[in-house]
Each structure stands twice: as structure tokens, then as C-alpha cells.
Design a protein around this ligand. Structure first.
Ligand code: UDP
Length: 323
């Protein structure tokens, strides 16, 4: 049985939908940002907090958990700058509590959601796992701190872990039953699609004077279902003892500028957007593009879904607007 912490959130709920086909799943989520309805019916759902030892003890006592996947985190860069306490409390202190209870119950397999934000402003065009980490905001720091804790726990307590550094997660489940639903929404693709549906007046492009071809920021967008499949492979690698302490990037290896994403959304949906140029957003690096060669070479994973597919699936879901 696998414990998925944060399994009601955007990425967690997509993972759970795949994982229930392979194993028994318990989801722990406090529903602060997640949606109960997004959790697949085949999973057991426990409402509770990963920072609460009693909630965790109850789960580890009640279920034969062999591995934990941890998706429960705050993940907004801007918010982390104005409220770092929240980020260190929820992303670091609570995760430490989770790890402590895992060690107590002798559960030694852990998959951790990390981020491209650990790289800060890299001075390479394609980021691989050897690129130095140098976060530029509390969100990135909070994730890197846990990566360090995992490395130390692995040596001291024989914890086995895989860290997955996501680039820009996007898209929705192909069934359109679950998708990306944040409130407030800050992410580019949902904002564009909401505008195309008439739910917002305009799209603000944050900065058009970056050192990129068209002046807007370049990101590597990765379909949430591709992220889910990477987790399943990472889990298999841990449980088969093929891997015990690894970090992998998860991206497409392709960069798209904000303008290119808007154009692709218009092309895929056939709807014209209303765009304004705006100031830069604090803390945005000009370009973040992943090399995912390491996980391809070691676990055989690569992204299967391109930007058009990401947008098409997201568009299907946005028109239904469920969870
Ligand atoms: N962005 C934008 N307008 C928006 C939201 C985002 O121009 O309304 C830009 C943002 O500055 C970044 C890119 O789109 O360059 C992706 O931003 P998002 O928040 O989706 O993901 P992030 O890269 O911050 O994780």
C-alpha cells in the first residue's frame, strides 16, 4: 500500500489516478488547496495534516504502507517571498515530521516532489542534475532543504528516496475529469485558457525585455500525466531496490516563450486572445529548460506529450471546469 500525501492536489490527484491501477493507495490531504472530489474513488481518503504526528501515526498503524509519495506543499514563488514562515513551516517542518514518523514506523521508501526553482538563475541553456543549485526564493530554498535532509537521512537511517525536480507542470487528465484548479490561479496556461473562455478580461505578459528571442520568459512545460508516469517508474525503482538515493529532472527538454504558449493556445483552441504587456514578475528567471536524459537513461522515462497535447487536454478540462 502506498501513502500519497497531498493526493487531492493538482499533481497528486493525477498520480493517484494512475497508481490505483497498480497498487492500493491511501491519500492524506488537509484540503487546504486540494479537492476531495479529485481523489479517485479507488483510493482511501484521510483528511489530515502531514505536520500532525497523530494523524500520521494513525495511518502508519492502520495500513501496511511500504512507500510514501509527498506532493503536499505550498508552491507559489511570490507568496514564498512575502510569507516565508508559511513555506518553511509547511514545506520543511511538516515534511520533517512526516519523515520522523516514517522512520519510527520503519517505512523507508520516499518520493519527493521538488522543483526547477532549486536551480535559481542557472547560467546554462539546458539544466541537468549536475547544474549547481542556488535558489533565489524561499520556495526553492524550502525544497532544497528537504533534498539535503533526504541525503543525510539516507546515509544515517537507510532511507531510500527519489527526488523529482519538476519543471512547469501543466495539462489535465485525458478524461477531463480532473485538471489544474488553483484559487487564485497564477499559472500561465490556465490563465490563458480562462481568458479564451471569457472568464478574464486579459492576459498580462510579465516582461517582454528578457534576454530571449522574443523578450518573454522561456519555460519547459510538462504534461501532468507524464509527471505521474515518472512517479510510477521511480516507485518501481525504489521498491525493486534498483535505486536508493537519486535526483531526476522532469521536463520536455523544449523551451517555449510566453508568447509562443499564447500563440499555441490560440492555434489549438481556435480562439483569439486579449494580451497586454506588463512589468516583469519578481523572481522569474529568463529561461528554465530541463535535460531529462538522466531519468531516460536510468529508468527509461521521457515526456510523451507535447505542448499542443498539454493545451488540448487542459482546454477540454477547462470547458467542463470540474476539480
Ligand atoms: N506568466 C505571465 N503571465 C501570467 C502568468 C505567468 O507572463 O499571467 C509567465 C511567468 O512570468 C513565467 C511563465 O509565464 O515566465 C510561467 O509562469 P508560471 O507561473 O505558469 O510558472 P513558473 O515558471 O513561475 O513556475
Amino acid at each position: 500500500m502506498i501513502l500519497v500525501v497531498g493526493g487531492a492536489g493538482y499533481i497528486g490527484s493525477h498520480l493517484v489516478k494512475e497508481l490505483v491501477e497498480k497498487d492500493e493507495v491511501v491519500v492524506l490531504d488537509n484540503l487546504s488547496t486540494g479537492h476531495r472530489e479529485a481523489v479517485d474513488d479507488q483510493a482511501i481518503f484521510v483528511k489530515g495534516d502531514l505536520g500532525n504526528e497523530e494523524d500520521l501515526d494513525m495511518i502508519f498503524h492502520s495500513y501496511p504502507i511500504k512507500a510514501v509519495m509527498h506532493f503536499a506543499a505550498n508552491s507559489l514563488v511570490g507568496e514564498s517571498v512575502v510569507d516565508p514562515m508559511k513555506y518553511y513551516q509547511n514545506n520543511v517542518a511538516s515534511t520533517l515530521t512526516l519523515l520522523k514518523v516514517m522512520m519510527k514506523h520503519n517505512v523507508k521508501n520516499f518520493i519527493f516532489s521538488s522543483t526547477a526553482a532549486t536551480y535559481g538563475i542557472p547560467n546554462v541553456n539546458i539544466i541537468d542534475e549536475a547544474t549547481p543549485t542556488a535558489p533565489i526564493n524561499p520556495y526553492g530554498h524550502s525544497k532544497l532543504m528537504i533534498e539535503q535532509i533526504l541525503a543525510d537521512f539516507s546515509k544515517a537511517y537507510d532511507l531510500h528516496y527519489v527526488v523529482l525536480r519538476y519543471f512547469n507542470a501543466a495539462g489535465a487528465h485525458e478524461s477531463a475529469v480532473i485538471g489544474e484548479s488553483h484559487d487564485p490561479e497564477t499559472h500561465l496556461i490556465p490563465i490563458i485558457l480562462q481568458q479564451l473562455l471569457g472568464q478574464r478580461e486579459k492576459i498580462s505578459v510579465f516582461g517582454s525585455d528578457y534576454d530571449t528571442e522574443d523578450g518573454t520568459c522561456i519555460r519547459d512545460y510538462i504534461h501532468v500525466t507524464d509527471l505521474a508516469s515518472a512517479h510510477i517508474l521511480a516507485l518501481e525503482a525504489l521498491l525493486s531496490e534498483k535505486k536508493s538515493a537519486e535526483i531526476y529532472n522532469l521536463g520536455n527538454g523544449l523551451g517555449y516563450s510566453v508568447k509562443e504558449v499564447i500563440e499555441t493556445c490560440e492555434r489549438v483552441t481556435g480562439v483569439k486572445s486579449n494580451v497586454e504587456m506588463a512589468d516583469r514578475r519578481a523572481g522569474d528567471p529568463a529561461r528554465l529548460v530541463a535535460s531529462s536524459d538522466k531519468i531516460y537513461n536510468e529508468l527509461g522515462w521521457k515526456a510523451e506529450r507535447n505542448l499542443e497535447r498539454i493545451i488540448a487536454d487542459a482546454w477540454n478540462w477547462h470547458q467542463e471546469q470540474r476539480y
